[in-house]
Design a protein around this ligand. Sequence first.
Ligand SMILES: [Zn+2]
Length: 473
Amino acid sequence: MAPPGSGLDLKHRIRRWHPLRPAMMQSLAVLDHADEETIARYQDRRLRLLVRLAAARSPFYREWFREAGLDPGSVRTVADLARLPLLDRSHLVTGAERFLVYPDRLVWKAHSSGTSGAPVTCYRTAGSSVFELSVLERQWGWFGLDRSPRRVILRGAFSAGPGEPPAKLLPGARQLLVWSFGLTPRTLPAVVEAIRSFRPDAIEGWPSAITVLASLLHDQGLTVPVRAVITSSEVTSAAQEELMRAVFRGPVVDHYGQAERVAMAGSCEAGGYHVFPDYGIVELLPVPGTSDSWEIVGTALHNWGFPLFRYRTGDHVRSTGPGPCRCLCGRAYPALGRIDGRVSDCFTSADGRPLPMPSIVTTDLANVRAAQIAQRAPGRFEVRVVPTAGSDLQALTAQVRANVDRYFGPGQAVTVRVVDAIPRTRDGKLKNAVIDPDVPAPTSAPDSDKSRCPGAIAYGSHPGEVSPRRGRR
Ligand SMILES: [Zn+2]
């Protein structure tokens, strides 16, 4: 997640005014209506360049090509990709810098705990970040949004201190950051006032956070009409989507991506869900023991500073994915089935606030193989970690406490527990946030300042980091 403050503002300015941006947007506009052959040629050309660059400059690939005895020039098309090794999160838990092509001062560092709870480090060039924004803006354009829409952001990027307003304007970025962990009946009037004064084109963020806001508005009989609701990072349920549409009066525009930025997909205006083939190459690996589930494997075509080929995202998709596209939107973009992405339990703070996407607390933990946050009681949490060798438990604990204070607010209790492995849920899934009460939940009625946590209720069955009915980044 992007940090609050001037760093975020600076990155937005770089993205917005990057000298390559006009050329990228033009190229993406052409590819929006290109046929399959044109798109394939584009993929092959960029893949060839990236493989040669990685083989020459990335320590990991330099060593791999030498040991494999493979001529990098022999990887010429997408069909040749299979000669390269599969990567997974374990390659980025430690040693991510071995994939770097540029000095680390020229790239932006990011962390993610992804869907399965193993925090990884990755790097992005400014150019790849500009490209990403341009791809998203192209998708938003399918729904009638202009370039640089005014967006209300509910993504945990801002926390209000005691007595501070629950929303903050990000100068120059046309964004209003709303305190995603502070949405209650008490703060709602100030949030509504800030949003209405801002006159947004779109609401953007985690489905769970947007749903908390939508639920509060719905309870008051209020609507905030916008042109689109932009979601990502979590599964959106049909009930959540219905609530968002009712309150915000616009279509739900979802996209799927990862912090590693190896593949992107998203919804189109005709109701389809597509791989964005100019962003990355997607392969689908059968998930062992299933007949209708595939793992998304991505190869980014734009992140020149940190090339990753055939990266296993850990995200699964149901039904066959890429194939001839017959979507009414008419694009030659592969269709992607329903993604089984992150399904978050919404936590509760000590003072009764709903806490959407609680796993954000574990996303930047260093030297950890896997992590999970559990809610034991309102305002009481346990962070379970599988440390790497040489991990500093004291520093880790301090970082967890700082993250809990920053996102959930002061007054919470948190303990850190070292475990050998993160326990799976009853259905065999690894979740990075779970409600695991140590005493039976009280049955008393909620007090007037407590919000319902619609995300936690709606998430029983999924529909679509990921979302399409998917939503990662
Ligand atoms: Zn379509």
